[in-house]
Design a protein around this ligand. Structure first.
Ligand SMILES: [Ca+2]
Ligand SMILES: [Ca+2]
Length: 571
């Protein structure tokens, strides 16, 4: 039986309802709180208008920001905005609209500044920035957070340019989902105090050539709070990350191409299911009280040694070591259940650290292991045998040749990580995807492995099904080798139908389907295409499906109607 999921109510609506109740209970308050307002900004707009409709859109983000109050959202249309904005309200959303879904025309949404941080959040609540390319030139910082009760929440944000620090935080919480950060000379993220929570974010340094340990750092975390990175890549930095205090957790991460992978001072560090490979000197460095605990991870091809200890300790369990000149420099003891063996990465030169058959990291059969959720691609850790070491779970799923086609009417569908399928509610078609939480576990992702020629353009087409009503702005996406290349926000709610720039090809009640076409250029001879509903919090309770999946070389010109991160937000 098809599982209709309960509707999630957006937090903003909940907050507003709470506000109304408070005002009512205060009895005859002079004014009721205004409902959350939506403002529109686009290059053809006019700051003398009210900004409350597309026809009366503002011209500048600065104007919208000046009138917005807590709870408001600002949709920003395609174009470049040479602006620097500072907000101090408790909750505000800057939402780029590269599809034109809300603002009329598709294209990159860029905010750029050469003189000041592009966005500074000084308020005590959440400033959410979504689908915007933040470009900062001329040094300084690109984004600033400066409030211990504040949160800067970045989703599908690309930060680039030439600057000292990408995100400069003196306090508060920075959360990043599927972001991309490059262009810094000093630090990608400087967190003097407060917390960090990153998911599937890539941080790229300019080179590992710095001569000390204060520059060229991907993430620097200080203070006494916690930094947690899930499924993140940090590459080509002097130090991928440096920790001066508190707790740092790496889960399913990749640290590669850096001078050193990680430097910890006096603090607690957990390195779990992480692949640390191809760093010029050391994989891990410890220089202070406390321990780096390494569990179910791989340290490979370090230039000097897997580890260096100047003070404190490094220990671990189920650690695969390979191609390091030495396990340790200055006293790192052997790891418990240390495995000296080749992880057999698929293509380490291309930084593809998936495992091949015969890898020493597959099913090490040693306990304990710590596997934080699904792997880097979203594949459940129990997919093949027991949990593997490193960021990727070996699947054994054979890559399929192109041109590839799949209609889930078939009972077996080679190349996919999940064979589960179901009929759409009217029984019209069999699809694969997420249908609540089946007994086998949440079906948030479905991955296809296909054979590809690097550098060639391929076209992925499929039908996207949405079942039942979705909560506001929930998102589905497609990843190529773990990196988001396409995403779409389904803006349905209990009171409105989704706003999508073309008519669905199938509708039955609140169930709908649309054709999707995405062009992509692979970097490897085997590509992992992941259909993903985990890109937003709470997505696991939404139901979606895919069907009629095709991968082939394109012929003719494709009309781009949908948001495609590959060309406009995330490289
Ligand atoms: Ca396994
Ligand atoms: Ca079908």
């Amino acid at each position: 039986m098809f599982n209709r999921q309960p509707i999630q109510r957006p937090n903003l609506l909940r907050a507003h309802v709470a506000g109304v109740l408070m005002a009512t209970s205060a009895l005859l308050a002079a004014t009721h709180p205004a409902p959350a307002e939506t403002y529109y900004v686009r290059p053809s707009g006019d700051d003398s208008k009210d900004g409350k409709s597309l026809a009366h859109a503002f011209r500048t983000v600065t104007k919208a920001n000046s009138v917005a109050v807590s709870g408001d959202r600002i949709y920003i249309g395609a174009g470049t905005y040479n602006e620097s904005v500072t907000t101090a309200v408790a909750a505000i959303m800057f939402i780029g609209d590269p599809t034109g879904q809300f603002t009329g025309s598709a294209g990159e949404v860029k905010m750029t500044s050469s003189t000041a941080p592009v966005i500074s959040h000084l308020g005590g609540g959440t400033c959410e920035v979504r689908s915007i390319h933040i470009e900062r030139t001329g040094g300084g910082s690109a984004l600033v957070l400066n409030n211990s009760a504040g949160e800067l929440r970045l989703t599908f944000v690309r930060i680039s340019g030439s600057f000292a620090t990408g995100i400069d935080k003196t306090a508060g919480l920075v959360r990043m989902f599927d972001c991309d950060l490059s262009g810094f000379s000093d630090m990608g993220v400087r967190s003097a105090a407060g917390s960090l929570s990153f998911q599937r974010t890539r941080i790229v340094g300019s080179s590992p050539a710095s001569t000390d340990d204060t520059l060229g750092i991907g993430v620097r975390h200080g203070g006494s709070s916690t930094a947690t990175l899930n499924c993140c890549i940090i590459e080509d930095c002097h130090l991928a990350a440096r920790q001066d205090g508190g707790t740092f957790n790496f889960n399913n991460c990749i640290l590669t191409g850096n001078r050193d992978g990680f430097l910890a001072g006096s603090c607690t560090t957990n390195v779990r299911n992480t692949t640390i490979a191809g760093n010029a000197r050391y994989g891990l460095r410890k220089n202070g009280a406390g321990t780096i605990q390494v569990v179910s991870s791989i340290i490979a091809s370090s230039g000097t040694a897997a580890c260096r200890i100047q003070s404190g300790s490094i220990s671990g369990n189920v650690v695969v070591l390979h191609d390091n000149p030495a396990v340790s420099d200055q006293g790192c003891p052997s790891f418990t259940n240390q495995i000296n063996g080749d992880p057999k990465f698929v293509n380490p030169a291309a930084r593809n650290f998936r495992l091949q058959a015969g890898s020493a990291a597959i099913d090490p059969a040693l306990t304990p292991q710590y596997c934080p959720g699904d792997d880097f691609l979203g594949i459940v850790r129990s997919f093949h045998g027991t949990n593997d070491a490193g960021a990727f779970e070996y699947t054994g799923v054979p890559a399929q040749p192109t041109p590839y086609t799949c209609d889930f009417e078939q009972s077996t569908n080679p190349g996919w990580t999940r064979q589960g399928r179901t009929s759409v509610p009217d029984g019209q078609s069999m699809v694969s995807g997420q249908f609540g939480k089946p007994a086998s576990g949440p079906n948030d992702t479905q991955t296809l492995f296909i054979q590809t020629v690097p550098g060639k353009t391929y076209r992925l087409t499929f039908d996207l099904f949405k079942f039942g009503a979705w909560s506001d702005n929930q998102t589905v996406g497609v990843r190529l080798d773990g990196r988001m290349i396409w995403t779409y926000a389904l803006t349905g709610s209990t009171s409105s139908t989704p706003v999508i720039p073309q008519a669905p090809t199938w509708t039955s009640g609140s169930d709908q389907a649309w054709p999707v076409s995405i062009d992509f250029v692979p970097t490897d001879s085997v590509s992992a295409i992941t259909f993903d509903s985990t890109v937003s919090s709470g997505m696991s309770v939404q139901s979606w499906g895919i069907d009629d999946v095709n991968v082939k070389e394109p012929s003719g010109i494709r009309i781009v109607k949908w948001r495609e991160l590959g060309s406009n937000v995330v490289q």
